[in-house]
Design a protein around this ligand. Structure first.
Ligand SMILES: [Zn+2]
Length: 378
């Protein structure tokens, strides 16, 4: 009996999600339109819409005439301020929080330095408890936490080269306890970035890889619309793909990892050596334009990256590779060279779009918000 009740409950929840996502996608849709699209009964749809309205998620937004019969129908819309999502990006020293409404418009943002000598679960829970309340936006529907870490299936932080205290500390459990009723997701930050690229970026592909080249080199794959995390959440450790077994020793213990050549600190170190003056990320592009030896070196970096990417592409067969992070300071010329070099070494018939991300630093946050939204309503 309990099983039957549970499965009925599940069916109802799925129907509720379906109706809500239709109203979200098609503003002004009527109950009759939903009936046509879903084949659910009119009574079921009325009850579901009623429930969504009672939760403040949906409103009746006007009256429209049906195309053929001319009969009037009530339009339904999502109440953009009927609920909101919190997305927090954790780095070694900072919490960066952004709140989003039901259409992923930012409604609040805050950045604080946190005490990283304390348990992350405590400082993060405390920070969120103080900052996630916002008037006039209904309930906090979900919290997405992006971490520079490997996270396993049980939501445990397995390893991180950036966070200080994370052993025996379950951030996920702590947040679930403190924010009952809100969906909680914790994930490697780069998975949210890749999700954002699929949902809000310039590619139509549902199989893509986003590659972040900044202090380190990270990648995240979306395969068939879902993040590909691997057996223990350790897939796509792209920075530690070796491109030279006799190369420089990497912090991971291996040799010749991509990160030892194409990460921004590695590039800046070499650029400073070549130019005999301190080069930082802001002066890099100008220094490359002025110095032939440095131009040649950046060409070599581009080539190494192309070889690394080619390995990744041969494994995953993505429709698009999106480059993001500080490397974009080198401009479109670098991306265009990367495309050419990659084409020269690709398998015949392979056609992958390589593009620079246009989402900027909002990608991780919007991706987190959309991911939570999809967990709740898809
Ligand atoms: Zn390595």
């Amino acid at each position: 009996m309990t099983q039957i009740v549970n499965s009925q409950q599940l069916i109802k929840e799925n129907h509720l999600k379906l109706v809500f996502s239709l109203i979200h996608e098609v503003d002004g849709i009527s109950r009759a339109d939903i009936k046509k699209l879903t084949k659910l009964s009119a009574t079921t749809i009325s009850a579901l819409v009623e429930e969504l309205m009672a939760k403040g998620l949906v409103v009746e937004s006007g009256i429209k005439s049906a195309e053929r019969s001319g009969r009037k129908a009530i339009s339904l819309s999502v109440n953009s301020s009927g609920g909101y999502f919190a997305v927090v990006s954790v780095s070694g020293y900072h919490f960066r929080l952004r709140l989003f409404d039901l259409f992923f418009e930012e409604i609040f943002s805050k950045k604080v330095r946190y005490d990283n000598s304390k348990l992350l679960s405590e400082t993060l829970t405390e920070f969120l408890a103080e900052n996630v309340s916002v008037k006039g936006y209904g309930e906090l529907l979900g919290i997405a936490v992006g971490l520079p870490a490997i996270i396993d299936d049980n939501h445990n932080i397995v390893s991180s080269t950036v966070l200080s205290v994370y052993e025996n500390d379950n951030v996920y459990d702590s947040l679930c306890k403190s924010f009952k009723g809100s969906e909680v997701v914790i994930s490697n930050s780069s998975a949210f970035v890749a999700y954002a690229e699929m949902e809000f970026g310039d590619t139509d592909s549902e199989s893509l890889i986003s590659v972040d080249i900044s202090d380190g080199v990270g990648a995240s794959a979306i395969v068939g619309g879902a993040p590909f995390l691997g057996n223990a959440g350790m897939a796509c450790e792209f920075g530690h793909v070796s491109v030279d077994m006799n190369g420089k020793k990497c912090r991971c213990g291996s040799r010749g990892c991509l990160e030892t050549i194409v990460s921004i600190p590695a590039i800046l170190e070499k650029a400073t050596e070549i130019c005999k003056t301190e080069i930082d990320i802001d002066s890099l592009a100008e220094a490359v334009a002025k110095n032939d030896e440095l131009t040649k070196y950046i060409d070599y970096v581009c080539e190494v990256l192309a070889f690394g990417l080619n390995n990744l592409i041969n494994m995953f067969d993505p429709g698009a590779v999106i480059i993001c992070g500080d490397i974009l300071a080198l401009g479109e010329r670098f991306i265009s060279k990367l495309r050419t070099k990659l084409k020269n070494i690709s398998l015949p018939g392979r056609d992958v779009s390589v593009m620079a991300s246009t989402l900027g630093d909002n990608a991780e946050y919007k991706g987190g918000a959309k991911y939570i939204f999809d967990c709740l309503f898809r």
